[in-house]
Design a protein around this ligand. Structure first.
Ligand code: SF4
Length: 418
């Protein structure tokens, strides 16, 4: 039984992959964050206000019951020959149900709306990685280098989570490479900005060469000074964000892994990826645990087939290589499917319904409202530092089914699992 008045102490925020768990959530007519001004969380909570009857299920823009919408969605899934499952912003239970449905339908799973996740995955596949955790950063890292990212734009509490400038934290020095520092960095923190050459890949390659045993003559003096500082640090961390990397960002991530490997020969170093939303990375982990292969894999009864280029979801949609899109965005009501050029099934918070209508996305679309883990559903999410599964609990009960429930219903309607 949920007390509708008592604030949720130590609420875990589900709206970015940091999964902050030190704030309170006040419950009233609206849910309100206490203890943080995080604009991302505040905007997301405002978007999760109850939106009334207009936010129900729909089929081709016509209001429908949940049962009718799920039945219509099952009919479309059964018809599609080559579906893509995209968005993938769900919790781990939703990811398990997604994998079951993907195997039944031969779907290809990819985030679709960006290559951000694959910059890190391609580098991991090719070279491996030396990553660190938020706890390690807070307790041990004396130097943070933010590479091509201002970090707090999409993860507003990141520096607080690192303990930057706080008593008892080792974290006291910050470098930005290729970007200007953001405002609001705590006083007492040494901040340095290196504009770089404008080509992030060239800069990190140069830095990697400077730190390699043979070194590099004639390097940019600022990069050479950064290499010296990295060598002198007790524990340095290279922070990167898939969403801010250029095309072929995997090459940047590979260079960062080489830098960490060089530094680990004499001191301690690690990389930390800022993942944005917690869903896609968790789905990728679940698919990998279950099938041995990551996203961009065609799940099929005869066995999975992985192709990180051919099965890129955005490419498949652009080339009309898919005939249907199942789109899941359980946290962000504004994250609509990237195309209306093919039939779609959309699972999102109730407030996504008016957004779909405003965007003219009704025809060809089945919309099923779903609960949001951490707001009106319990669940488990994967934190940005990977491998750390965090439980989230509902703050109110809106009587909505979760993504996993809807996907299992769809699978049951399609017939027995293979
Ligand atoms: S930084 Fe992310 S997890 Fe933390 S409060 Fe803001 S949106 Fe939530």
């Amino acid at each position: 039984m949920i007390d509708p008045i008592a604030p949720v102490v130590g609420w875990t925020c589900p709206f970015c992959a940091l999964l902050c768990d030190e704030f309170e959530l006040a419950q009233g007519a609206a849910l309100e964050l206490r203890g943080s001004d995080c604009p991302r969380a505040r905007a997301a909570l405002a978007a999760h206000r109850p939106v009334g009857a207009a936010a129900g299920a729909s089929v081709d823009a016509a209001p429908a019951s949940i049962d009718a919408a799920v039945a219509a969605a099952a009919q479309r899934l059964a018809r599609w020959q080559r579906p893509v499952f995209g968005g993938l912003d769900t919790d781990l239970e939703g990811a398990r149900a997604l994998h079951r449905l993907a195997v039944m339908t031969g779907a290809i799973c990819d985030t679709v709306d960006g290559d951000a996740l694959f910059h890190g995955l391609r580098a991991l596949q090719d070279r491996g990685q030396a990553s660190t955790t938020l706890g390690e950063v807070r307790s041990r890292a004396d130097l943070l280098v933010c590479v091509g990212t201002r970090a707090i734009e999409r993860h507003p509490e990141f520096f607080r989570r690192c303990g930057l400038g706080q008593a008892g934290s080792a974290c006291s020095e910050l470098v930005f490479l290729g970007v200007a520092p953001p405002p609001g960095i705590p006083a007492g923190v040494a901040v340095r900005a290196l504009p770089g050459s404008g080509d992030l890949f060239a800069d990190v390659q140069q830095l990697a060469a400077l730190l390699a045993p043979r070194g590099l003559a004639g390097a940019d003096p600022e990069l050479a000074a950064l290499a010296q500082r990295l060598r002198a640090a007790r524990y340095s961390v290279l922070v990167w964000e898939g969403a801010t990397l250029p095309a072929h960002g995997a090459l940047v991530v590979e260079a960062l892994q080489r830098i960490a490997a060089s530094l680990n020969a004499t001191s301690r170093a690690g990389t930390l990826a800022l993942a944005g939303s917690p869903g896609p990375s968790g789905v990728n982990h679940v698919l990998t645990w279950r099938s041995g292969l990551p996203l961009r894999t065609r799940a099929a009864p005869e066995g999975p087939e992985h192709d990180p280029v051919r099965f890129a979801g955005a490419r498949m949609l652009a080339e009309r290589a898919a005939d249907g899109l199942l789109w899941i965005s359980s946290f962000d009501a504004a994250r609509l499917p990237p195309t209306d050029a093919l039939d779609s099934i959309v699972l999102g918070p109730p407030s996504m319904a008016p957004a779909l209508a405003r965007a003219g996305r009704g025809p060809g679309c089945v919309f099923v409202p779903v609960a949001t883990p951490g707001v009106n559903a319990d669940g488990h999410l994967l934190r940005t530092d990977g491998g750390i599964v965090v439980p989230v609990t509902r703050a109110r009960d809106d009587g909505l089914a979760g993504v996993a429930d809807v996907l299992h219903r769809l699978a049951d309607l399609l017939g027995p699992s293979p």
